[in-house]
Design a protein around this ligand. Structure first.
Ligand SMILES: [Zn+2]
Length: 667
């Protein structure tokens, strides 16, 4: 994929057969010109939609062209006009949702154990959300459809294919039952069906990518499924690049993109973040996102090394909304000016969070991000650590600290890998159930068991919780009881008077602390710290500031020479990128998502922050000059204990600082 996909519009066009005069107002030159003026350099346009209709003059399936399509060459005209202006046009088609199949080919639908169709997307009646079985006769139809697109559009005019709705679905249809038996799997056993769903998807992607690249070598290919996970990583060769679908005002929320983008960055593929221009989510016709929200979402993509894609939906009559083009244009003009400082830059990482994601199954456990992962991402962002998200197959040696949130299951293989990492100088922070059994030589603890109490209290001390008042603080969740074997206790805990159960209770919530010290909260064995409570899940659920203070104090022990610190709000995101051999780009983002309504989060106000002092560790290298970019305003700095220190007089939403330096890093 070339860099021309950095400012994309994903132009939905799911158009019901009950809508007439489709494309009647479409003017190819006006369409492409509006996109060019909006600084768009790639637009995903539709070959086929979820209603099952085609928007090009199909040779293979002309009966599937939209019955009221006034412009039979709509897709081809879009491509021609955009190409004249240097705008790419990847072509969209749907894979597992198609209303026409649902109506006319029910034998192609996935079936659950009772023989009913499967609606994993949770679509409300009426909908097009019954998943299609990829092992049914549909597969041959789909392959012919792909070849039809390639032949009609023409290889030379086809930039790429965006294949939507490609998730794992458990299926009990006759075709799947037969194929499972051929594989030695039992269709009546749930786990066998779940494994077969993964196998089906991997085989489908391999076959389809091979077919596409045989007939259209080199075009971009992406299979859309909002869950970016280790399963996808294992078939990554079937993708040309990644598009991270994450509409913060939709089901994804503002927590999804940062965790996913940090993880996906390891897949070795170029990536694009994808949000929407809608006030809520896909299909929200005649709505506009607040510009401040769209700015944050796009600028955050830039800071994390991704290109931008904004979802829109073309009106059935074929004319783009002026207001939408203005909104996207204003944000993309800014993105274009910032791009030279972002292209080719890589996020720095002193810490890595091991994601619990790889131990979860997308069918059995759902696609929600684990609470402990989101809690860890929040804490690290709020403390301005530079970090990434990895899985257990990644190399650990690139990071000073590894964070194992709450629920990483124990395995001997992982424990051994962690011990080797620690022996080589690495540091580990683990909590609650993270890679632990009854004893743990890694953490230096013994007699590990589940605590009797669902609420206990930590006691701040001189090491952990050093800035907190010296009195008990509640932990909102059950932890473990542990004994120190060859580790030092660095924080203690207190029991409640009793557990609230049966007829025994006190006041509205948990019973208060009984006094004294009844257990161990945190231990240290050299470079390894263990915390007895699920501190990350608790932070995700309740955000107690004392938990973040505890974690901050632990990180100060484990991660000396912190890369970036600042005097601003905990809501400032600081993301440090390395660019070329002599430049660091520091992104500062200060936007506060608000839950103004019952249903969605958004951002409406940009609140300026003044006179923030920033410290960036240069490790023996000397800063030459610092500019605020892209405005190219030079600012003064001083050097102090290996840090370059400077002030940003005003942070209004997003600001980049370019730090040019000389010399080699001291190791
Ligand atoms: Zn099936």
């Amino acid at each position: 994929m070339d860099d021309l996909s950095s400012r994309q519009v994903h132009l939905d066009f799911h158009t019901s057969q009950y809508i007439t005069e489709v494309g009647k107002d479409f003017d190819a030159e006006e369409f492409a010109e509006a996109l060019r003026r909006a600084h768009v350099n790639s637009v995903t346009c539709f070959a086929r939609c979820h209603h099952g209709w085609l928007y090009y003059p199909s040779r293979e399936n002309s009966e599937l062209m939209h019955p009221h399509l006034k412009r039979p060459r709509l897709l081809l005209e879009q491509i021609e006009a955009c190409h004249k202006r240097g705008i790419r046009v990847p072509v969209y088609t749907t894979v597992r949702w198609d209303e026409r199949v649902l109506r006319e080919k029910p034998e192609w639908l996935c079936r659950d154990v009772k023989g009913d169709p499967v609606n994993r997307g949770g679509g409300q009646e009426a909908h097009f959300c019954y998943d299609i079985c990829l092992n049914s006769g549909y597969r041959e139809f789909f392959k012919k459809h792909i070849l039809d697109i390639i032949h009609v559009v023409g290889r030379e005019n086809l930039d790429g294919l965006f294949l939507d709705i490609v998730m794992q679905t458990e299926c009990c249809c006759e075709d799947c039952r037969r194929l499972m038996k051929e594989e030695g799997l039992d269709p009546d056993i749930r786990m066998d069906r779940v494994s077969f769903a993964e196998l089906t998807l991997n085989r489908f992607r391999s076959e389809i990518s091979a077919l596409i690249w045989e007939h259209a070598p080199g075009i971009s290919v992406f299979y859309n499924d909002p869950g970016i996970d280790p399963v996808m990583r294992r078939s990554i060769d079937t993708y040309s690049h990644l598009e991270l679908e994450s509409l913060p005002s939709g089901d994804w929320g503002y927590d999804h993109f940062p965790a996913m983008a940090r993880y996906a960055a390891h897949f070795g593929k170029k990536m694009i973040g994808m949000t929407g221009k809608f006030h809520t989510a896909w299909g929200d016709f005649h709505s506009l996102k607040n510009k401040e929200a769209l700015e944050f979402e796009c600028f955050q993509m830039l800071a994390m090394g991704a290109g931008c894609s904004v979802g829109d939906q073309l009106h059935p009559w074929g004319r783009l909304s002026d207001a939408t083009c203005r909104l996207i244009g204003e944000v993309y003009e800014s993105v274009e000016a910032k791009e030279p400082f972002c292209t080719g830059a890589v996020m720095e990482a002193e810490a890595a969070v091991l994601t619990p994601h790889e131990y979860l199954n997308p069918i059995l456990d759902g696609r929600e991000l684990p609470a402990s992962l989101v809690g860890a991402v929040h804490m690290l962002q709020e403390l301005s650590y530079q970090f990434t998200v990895i899985d257990s197959e990644d190399c650990f040696d690139d990071y000073k600290v590894l964070i194992l949130p709450d629920e990483i299951p124990y395995s001997e293989k992982l424990e051994r890998k962690l011990e080797e990492y620690v022996a080589g100088g690495g540091a580990v922070f683990g909590s609650y159930h993270a890679c632990i059994r009854e004893r743990s030589s890694l953490y230096g603890v013994k007699d590990v068991r589940e605590s009797e109490y669902s609420r206990e209290f930590v006691l701040p001390g001189s090491v952990i919780g050093k800035d907190l008042p010296e009195e008990p603080f509640v932990m909102y969740g059950r932890g473990t009881d542990v004994g120190a074997a060859d580790s030092d206790v660095i924080m203690q805990k207190v029991h409640p008077w009793f557990e609230r159960k049966g007829k025994r209770f006190c006041s509205h919530l948990h019973a208060p602390a009984r006094g004294g010290v009844q257990g161990t909260e945190m231990v240290q064995k050299g470079n390894v710290l263990y915390c007895a409570h699920p501190i990350f899940r608790i932070y995700r659920e309740y955000a107690p500031r004392w938990c973040r203070e505890m974690f901050r104090d632990a990180m100060e022990i484990l991660c000396p020479d912190k890369l970036v610190s600042h005097t601003g709000s905990s809501q400032v995101q600081c993301i440090l990128n390395q660019k070329d051999d002599d430049t660091k780009i520091l992104h500062l983002l200060f936007y506060i998502p608000e839950k103004k309504s019952e249903n969605i989060y958004t951002i409406e106000d940009v609140i300026p922050l003044y006179n923030m002092e920033i410290r960036v560790f240069l490790g023996g290298r000397r800063a030459e000059r610092i500019h605020l970019v892209p405005e190219c305003k030079e600012i003064p700095f001083r050097e102090e204990d290996g840090y370059v220190v400077f002030r940003v007089e005003e942070l209004r939403g997003h600001q980049m600082a370019e730090i040019k330096y000389v010399g080699q890093e001291e190791i």
